[in-house]
Each structure stands twice: as structure tokens, then as C-alpha cells.
Design a protein around this ligand. Structure first.
Ligand code: FAD
Ligand code: NAD
Length: 465
């Protein structure tokens, strides 16, 4: 058996693992990263990037389809579009391929050694990697577990055949005529909306009383409205039971206690993701757990000295940028820097239509801190830029302490507002007050003026409402 030694071994080259390895390499740490599949992990290969590519393609298709149906308010008409979905998928795959190469190149440039294969623990300092051409033993002074998460399977609807996870949904050969989506959260609604725009008849089955139950109703309502406009059927308080006899549909218990059978070419199950903690000898380390996740402290240290964990395997929010920030921090800690997790907030964006951006605390979360709060919103229907985009749905909302006006949270819903997340995050991270936002000139005409106006409104002197 071949043997290698290093100072740092990273298991998993997703956003957490590759960011950790690159930063470690930059800091001169002798680093090996082991990846069982492709560099970039879930996010780059079967998550963030391919889903956003399909969402963009679906938007473009739907714009032309609307024009062809004479529904363009802009006066544009077009011939009925056709879709070469194989080409759409090939375009998406090419983006993924280029980024795969990019991550591999960045690792190499940072001096990180990459080993392709599946790692499993022998003990807290030794890992065995099963490669295509044999087995490699790796000894390390420190190990970072960055193994990510996997889709949750419903026992009554195991994956296979028509029942698919997001991974298969991102690689379908054709747009399904009828798509049933079980779970109206992030993935179900991002992909369900995209397939509806590509022309599928989409039904969303959500167990909670409303879609996107992780957000408050004020935020989810513009998305629900747009889903209705796109012809998506949404069944709330509904539970998927099992495949219908013959396998061509889904038995559902509806909110009123009734039963329904939904015909489907594909059933996309998106009811959450679970940490990847089994099948690689983790039990040999006997780490403290936090429910199904690996328990970590504010330095991403596990209960075993020299073993760190980052990213989805450590819990919510399961977001790529959290994993990356943890990865960079751990590399610096291993290099001897004094670092701890001190971020004010982790932004979250749901790439639905309209998009949702949340940073910090919602009004109800902020109220639970014990501070009295001020919360105000500015609707996009009063924003010139939103009107010129023919998208006046949504708003920007600020949540601030009533006594000193320090911002505690910022939320927005609006077409294409994902990029505003940077302004929101910066404001929170720098401890901005409503007065700071009010005193900042926001360029006109932009949707960002909604942020300015929400702050002005909270101070009692909005200009445009
Ligand atoms: P992962 O990216 O899951 O990487 C873990 C890696 O470890 C994998 O490559 C895996 O092959 C490897 N691995 C596991 N076990 C072993 C082993 N024993 N040996 C060797 N290698 C191993 N997040 C966002 O922030 N924005 C989005 O827009 C977004 N969209 C998403 C869309 C979809 C459809 C999905 C499924 C997820 C999305 N996410 C999004 C979530 C995001 O993908 C994850 O939060 C992120 O990938 C977590 O990074 P990670 O490094 O913890 O794990
Ligand atoms: P989710 O937690 O966002 O949504 C799951 C939904 O399924 C919930 O609304 C839940 O009430 C519902 N549900 C659960 N069991 C059900 C059942 N039996 N029948 C019907 N509905 C049921 O999970 P997800 O959409 O699978 O996404 C997983 C994670 O991936 C997210 O939490 C997020 O961290 C990450 N993600 C992020 C992005 C992004 O940042 N834009 C995009 C996709 C995924």
C-alpha cells in the first residue's frame, strides 16, 4: 500500500474543502485534498452552478414564449420558440466542466496535492483512500472533514425510475410534460419554477401550510403569486404518500384530509438534505454529534484534537459561502493565526422568481432578542428601476433596533435582486445604522434605492412613498 504524509488532509473538495485547501496552500501548509468525485463538490457539479444555469436558460425561454403569446407588455412579439434541451444541458455541462478545471488548477497553483478516490478513516491521523488504481494510506497532523450533504430520500418514495433527486433533475434528457415536486423549499421551488418556464406542468406538494416555510409569509407571498401566474399548482399542507398503482403518478394526502392522484412523468423529491457522515469510518473517531451533524465549536474544531469539520456536514445553513468561509478560517487556524467564527450574518438567497435575499434577523427573530425593533419596507412598485424592468413585485425590508437604529436584519424579494446581498451583508457586518444607509447615495435608477428608501422610511422621511 502506498503511503503519503502531510500536515493537513482535507476530505472532500466541495466549496468548503477546496477553499480550505487553497488557503492552506497559500499559507505554505503541506496539504492534500481527497475527492471521491469531481472538484467543486455538490455546489459546482450538481447544485448551485448547474441549477442557476438552468434557471437562467428557463428565464430566457419564458421571456420569448410570453412574447410569442402576445403577453409582452414591452410590445415585443416573437415566433413561438423551440427548445433544444439537449443543447441547454450541454451548455450547462460546459460551464461545470470549465469550473471543474478552474478549481483543479487553483488547487495545483496553491501547491495542494489532489488525490482522487474515496477516503475512509483508520483513526484521527490516518485515512485510507480507495483510488481507481489501488489504495493509498495518508498520514496527517490535522484532518478537515468536508464531506457535504446528500438528498433526503422519503421511505415511501425511494429514488429511482421516475422518482428523482435534484441531481437527476439537473441532467434530464428532456423537459418532463408533468412534473410533481415534493417539497416547496429552496430546491423544489428553484427547479420547479425553471421547469414550469420550460413548459412543464408543475405541481408542488408542500407539507407545511405555505411554501418556503423557513421565511415569513410577507416574503413568500410574492413568490407564491408568481408561481400562480406561471400556472404552477401548489398544494400546501399536503403529504406525498406513495407511487400510484402502475407507477405513473403520486398518491397525495391533501390539506383537507382528502386523497388525490397526481399524474407525473417525474417526481422530484426535495425535502431537505442530510449530512454525509456514514460509509467512511467516521464512527471510528466517536466524535460528538449535534443531531445528525458533526458538532463543532467556533473554530470548527470537533471533539477530537486535530480533527476539524466544515460545511454542510456541520449543519445549517447548508450554503456554499458558509462552507467556504469556514474552510478559509480553518486553514488560517492551522497556520497558527488567531481566528474564530465572528461573522454577524450569513446571507441566504433563494433563486426563485422573484428572488429572495435575507441577511441577519427577520422581524420575529429580532423581536425575540428582547430589543424593541423598528421594521419598515419599501415596495418595488414605487421604484423606478423595477418598473423599467417590468417587475414591480416585491420589496426591501429593514429590521433595526428602535433605540440606536443599528440594523439587525435586511430582507428583500424582487426580480434579480440577488446581487443586492453584498450591500446588505456589508451593512450588517460593519454595524451600520439606519442613518448610515440613509446618508449613503444610492445610484439612480437602481433597485438598491429600495434599500435606501426602506431605511429613510424607518427614520420617518422616505422620499418616494
Ligand atoms: P459538498 O459541496 O457537498 O462537497 C463535499 C464533497 O466531499 C463532495 O464532492 C463529495 O464527493 C466529497 N466526499 C464526500 N465523502 C467523501 C469521502 N469519503 N472521500 C472523498 N470525498 C468525499 N448553496 C448556495 O450557497 N447557493 C446556491 O445557490 C445553492 N444551490 C444549490 C442547489 C442544489 C440543487 C443543491 C443540491 C445545493 C445547493 N446549494 C446552494 C447548497 C450547496 O451546494 C452546499 O451548501 C455546498 O455544496 C456545501 O459545500 P461542502 O463543501 O460542505 O460540501
Ligand atoms: P428545504 O429545507 O429548503 O425545503 C424542504 C421542503 O420540503 C420544506 O418546505 C419542507 O416543509 C418540505 N417537506 C419536508 N418533508 C415533506 C414531505 N414529506 N412532503 C412534502 N413536503 C415536505 O430543502 P431543499 O429544498 O431540499 O434544500 C436543501 C438545502 O440545500 C437548503 O436548506 C439549502 O441549505 C440548500 N440550498 C440552497 C440554495 C440556495 O442557496 N439558493 C438552493 C438550493 C439548496
Amino acid at each position: 500500500m502506498d503511503e503519503l504524509s502531510c500536515k493537513l488532509l482535507v476530505i472532500g473538495a466541495g466549496p468548503g474543502g477546496y477553499a480550505c485547501a487553497i488557503r492552506a496552500g497559500q499559507l505554505g501548509i503541506d496539504t492534500i485534498v481527497v475527492e471521491a468525485q469531481k472538484p467543486g463538490g455538490t455546489c459546482l457539479n450538481i447544485g448551485c452552478i448547474p441549477s442557476k444555469a438552468l434557471i437562467h436558460a428557463a428565464d430566457a425561454y419564458e421571456t420569448v414564449a410570453c412574447a410569442a403569446e402576445g403577453k409582452s407588455a414591452l410590445g415585443i412579439s416573437a415566433a413561438k420558440p423551440s427548445l433544444d434541451f439537449a443543447r441547454t444541458i450541454a451548455w450547462k455541462d460546459d460551464i461545470v466542466r470549465r469550473l471543474n478545471g478552474g478549481v483543479a488548477g487553483l488547487l495545483k497553483r496553491a501547491g495542494v496535492r489532489s488525490v482522487a478516490g474515496r477516503a475512509s478513516f483508520h483513526d484521527g491521523k490516518t485515512v485510507e483512500v480507495r483510488m481507481a488504481n489501488g489504495i493509498q494510506l495518508i498520514h496527517a497532523e490535522a484532518i478537515v472533514i468536508a464531506t457535504g450533504a446528500l438528498p433526503i430520500e422519503l421511505p415511501s418514495l425511494p429514488f429511482g425510475g421516475r422518482v428523482i433527486s435534484s441531481t437527476e433533475a439537473l441532467a434530464l434528457a428532456e423537459v418532463p410534460k408533468r412534473l410533481v415536486v415534493v417539497g416547496g423549499g429552496y430546491i423544489g421551488l428553484e427547479l420547479g419554477t425553471a421547469f414550469a418556464k420550460f413548459g412543464a406542468a408543475v405541481t408542488v406538494v408542500e407539507a407545511a401550510p405555505r411554501i418556503l416555510p423557513q421565511y415569513d409569509g410577507e416574503i413568500s407571498e410574492p413568490v407564491a403569486r408568481r408561481l400562480r401566474a406561471l400556472g404552477v399548482t401548489v398544494l400546501t399542507s399536503a403529504k406525498a404518500k406513495a407511487l400510484a398503482a402502475g407507477g405513473a403518478g403520486l398518491e397525495v394526502e391533501t390539506g383537507d384530509g382528502g386523497q388525490a392522484t397526481l399524474e407525473a412523468d417525474n417526481i422530484l423529491v426535495t425535502v431537505g438534505r442530510k449530512p454525509a457522515t456514514s460509509g467512511f469510518g467516521l464512527e471510528l473517531l466517536d466524535l460528538d454529534m449535534d443531531g445528525p451533524f458533526i458538532r463543532i465549536d467556533d473554530r470548527c474544531r470537533t471533539s477530537m484534537r486535530g480533527v476539524f469539520a466544515i460545511g454542510d456536514v456541520t449543519g445549517e445553513p447548508m450554503l456554499a459561502h458558509r462552507a467556504m468561509a469556514q474552510g478559509e478560517m480553518v486553514a488560517e487556524i492551522i497556520a497558527g493565526h488567531r481566528r474564530a467564527w465572528d461573522r454577524v450574518s450569513i446571507p441566504a438567497i433563494c433563486f426563485t422568481d422573484p428572488e429572495i435575499v435575507t441577511v441577519g434577523l427577520s422581524p420575529s427573530e429580532a423581536s425575540r432578542t428582547g430589543f424593541s425593533i423598528k421594521t419598515d419596507l419599501f415596495p418595488f412598485k414605487a421604484n423606478g428601476r423595477a418598473l423599467t424592468l417590468d417587475r414591480e413585485d416585491g420589496f426591501i425590508r429593514t429590521v433595526a433596533r428602535a433605540d440606536n437604529h443599528v440594523l439587525l436584519g435586511i430582507q428583500g424579494v424582487g426580480a434579480g435582486i440577488a446581487e443586492l446581498s453584498a450591500a446588505f451583508s456589508l451593512a450588517l457586518e460593519m454595524g451600520a445604522r439606519l442613518e448610515d444607509i440613509a446618508a449613503t447615495i444610492h445610484a439612480h435608477p437602481t433597485q438598491s434605492e429600495g434599500f435606501h428608501e426602506a431605511a429613510l422610511r424607518s427614520l420617518g422621511h422616505a422620499i418616494h412613498i
